[in-house]
Design a protein around this ligand. Structure first.
Ligand SMILES: Nc1nc2c(ncn2[C@@H]2O[C@H](COP(=O)(O)OP(=O)(O)OP(=O)(O)O)[C@@H](O)[C@H]2O)c(=O)[nH]1
Ligand SMILES: [Mg+2]
Length: 457
């Protein structure tokens, strides 16, 4: 049978122990197939004509042995997620019981679904477009409420309607180009340029918000760095509110970097405590310091901690200034102790900077202000002027190529007055916009997109 239209099945809920686990079966033979192992007062074979989208009490029976007592629901093709006959079995959620029921389903003739195959069928049957299919995957993987909202914007068609509108505008321009080339009907060059520039600005705004949406899907990485003994691990423990990192008065305590996940203002934040930076001959410490540097270089935000009571060297001053300039946070810790002379001059110079905060973890001074500043840094990094419409790299790449086509078209028409070149470039832009919403025929590309989805979805 054609792999696109046979009947597929999978466990759609996570593997483990839970009250309920769902097995989804989709394809033309779904109702007929379950009849071989389902016992119910209801005539299962009459499902398609009578009982749609209602729960039916039944038992799963294998060679006369009851395996589970379940509730099942039938959805006809026009009312199902996949656009095919679908049966969902609400079983008990134990690993073994679900595996046993799934075995019955597969023995009766269904095939185990590949990852994302249900959604791929929904896409093929026009139940949703590619952006919406990706949005469902985003929704499943969303780790914060903001990410859930972004996924819903996609599902409700935010990006789709924006792409469709832009495409229509550019189509009109292309047809006027065509008319001028074929029939010498003179169009308004100024109006074309204006429309193309408007479209370009919209694409640019969407691309700008794409940069920020990375934080919604992947979270924001904050790395705590600084010289040994500055109080990095104390600060780390204070933020996460547990004694996770070892705190000790001997410098070089933290070796392996330690991370914890927390949520700050709707953004998932990975907070990492690192080894103190200094020159050392110790082999293990050198490795940890090298790793700390790598973490600092890859971080979204660096929190650089200094101990105010110790002398400030040149390297630390430069690092502190770099962190402030790059919108990180400079934390001057241990303000309960007497300030060192070199620090005094430095603190006097920078203490009014918005990215500098003076605290004492020991005496609990300035902690609230520090946490507010950290939240502000994260918010500045992640917030965008408009709600992000682009949520993945595929959409970003296509939008970039749409922008490139549009710029080339503008150049061709503004500078060289070459309508044929402008038309070719605009058509490329329109193709990219179409590809974003999935109007593409390349099966390999679709395979690779859907292979990133969950099994059972
Ligand atoms: N007086 C005072 N001591 C502090 C303060 N914050 C941390 N300490 C002490 O400073 C010492 C070092 O603290 P840690 O948090 O381990 O410092 P660290 O930067 O993680 O050090 P390494 O892991 O060795 O790089 C410990 O004895 C802490 O109790 C503070 O605000 N005031
Ligand atoms: Mg430490």
């Amino acid at each position: 049978m054609d792999k696109r239209s046979d009947t597929i099945a999978a466990i759609s809920t996570p593997q483990g122990r839970s009250g309920i686990g769902i097995i989804r079966i989709s394809g033309p033979d779904a109702p007929e197939l379950i009849n071989t192992f389902i016992k119910s007062k209801f005539n299962i074979l009459s499902l398609p004509s009578v009982q749609t989208r209602k729960l039916i009490h039944a038992q799963v029976v294998d060679h006369g042995q009851v395996l589970d007592e379940i509730l099942l629901a039938y959805m006809p093709p026009n009312k199902s997620f996949t656009g095919e006959s679908t049966v969902e079995l609400n079983c008990h959620g134990g690993r073994a019981v679900l595996a046993a029921v799934l075995e019955c389903v597969l023995k009766s003739g269904a095939r185990l679904a590949e990852t994302g195959e249900f959604t791929r069928r929904a896409f093929r049957n026009n139940r949703l477009n590619l952006v919406q299919a990706e949005a469902i995957n985003d929704l499943i993987h969303a780790r914060t409420k903001k990410a859930v909202k972004a996924a819903w914007r996609q599902l409700e068609g935010g990006l789709t309607s924006r792409c469709t509108e832009l495409r229509t505008v550019l189509f009109d321009v292309v047809s006027e180009f065509q008319a001028e080339i074929d029939f010498e009907v003179e169009g308004s060059k100024e109006r074309w340029i204006e429309q193309m520039k408007k479209a370009g600005a919209q694409i640019q705004t969407m691309l700008k918000s794409a940069e920020k949406s990375r934080y919604l899907t992947q979270g924001c990485w904050v790395v705590i760095s600084g010289p040994p003994n500055a109080g990095k691990s104390s600060i780390f423990n204070d933020i996460i509110n547990i004694e996770r990192s070892i705190v000790c008065d001997s410098p070089g305590t933290t070796r392996d970097h330690i991370s914890e996940i927390l949520e700050i203002d709707g953004i998932e934040v990975r907070l990492t405590d690192t080894a103190g930076l200094r020159e050392t001959d110790d082999k293990i410490e050198s490795i940890s310091i090298e790793r700390s540097r790598q973490q600092v270089n890859s971080a979204d935000i660096v929190v650089y901690v200094l101990d105010q009571s110790t002398a400030l060297n040149d390297h630390e001053r430069k690092e502190a200034e770099r962190v402030i300039a790059e919108n990180g946070l400079l934390v001057l810790n241990k303000c309960d102790l007497e300030i060192s002379p070199t620090m005094k001059a430095f603190v006097a110079k920078c203490q009014n900077n918005n990215n500098v905060v003076i605290i004492s973890i020991l005496s609990n001074y300035g902690i609230d202000a520090f946490l507010d500043k950290l939240a502000e840094c994260i918010s500045n990094k992640t917030k965008s002027e408009e709600d992000p419409l682009i949520t993945n790299i595929r959409q970003t790449r296509l939008l970039e190529s749409a922008k490139e086509g549009l710029l080339n078209a503008l150049n061709a028409i503004e500078k060289d007055n070459k309508l044929d070149v402008a038309m070719y470039e605009l058509q490329k832009t329109i193709e990219s916009m179409s590809e974003i919403i999935g109007e593409i025929s390349n099966e390999e590309i679709l395979d690779s997109i859907f292979s990133k989805f969950c099994i059972g979805k």
